[in-house]
Design a protein around this ligand. Structure first.
Ligand code: 5GP
Ligand code: ZN
Length: 116
């Protein structure tokens, strides 16, 4: 999918307005439009990378940054010490529906394992 047709690129570019819980030169964070838990936040890369598998190894440090932002938001949302989950879905079997790299922060209820 070309970046100009990508919903998350439009959100990153500010073409679609909405509250940003975090914003820096690498990522933004917003609440998921269809929350799967009481807290469901998306940490979205500013760069259009279609999926985890498309992340070149030299850009892998962004995953550490996305995790750090997810952890900070989890703290801010009061999810610790009860716990939370950080998830990246990749590809159809992974449950990915938006082809732009993003991390889910889920919390506020007990998570099941294995995930569905
Ligand atoms: P995926 O299924 O790709 O791992 O996650 C995509 C997530 O983006 C889904 O949880 C979906 O609810 C969310 N989403 C899709 N479109 C929008 C949107 O326009 N705004 C927001 N805030 N979330 C969206
Ligand atoms: Zn995109």
């Amino acid at each position: 999918m070309p970046a100009q047709d990508c919903i998350f690129c439009k959100i990153v570019a500010g073409e679609i307005k909405g509250e940003r819980l975090f914003d820096d030169d690498q990522v933004i964070a917003i609440r998921d439009i269809n929350p799967q838990a009481p807290v469901h936040i998306l940490v979205i890369s500013r760069e259009h990378i279609e999926s985890l598998i498309r992340l070149p190894s030299e850009k892998a440090p962004i995953l550490g940054h996305m995790s750090a932002v997810g952890n900070e938001l989890a703290r801010h949302e009061g999810l610790w010490p009860k716990g939370y989950r950080l998830v990246i879905n990749a590809g159809p079997d992974g449950g990915q529906s938006v082809p732009h790299l993003h991390l889910h922060l889920l919390g506020g209820r007990p998570m099941r394992w294995p995930p569905g």
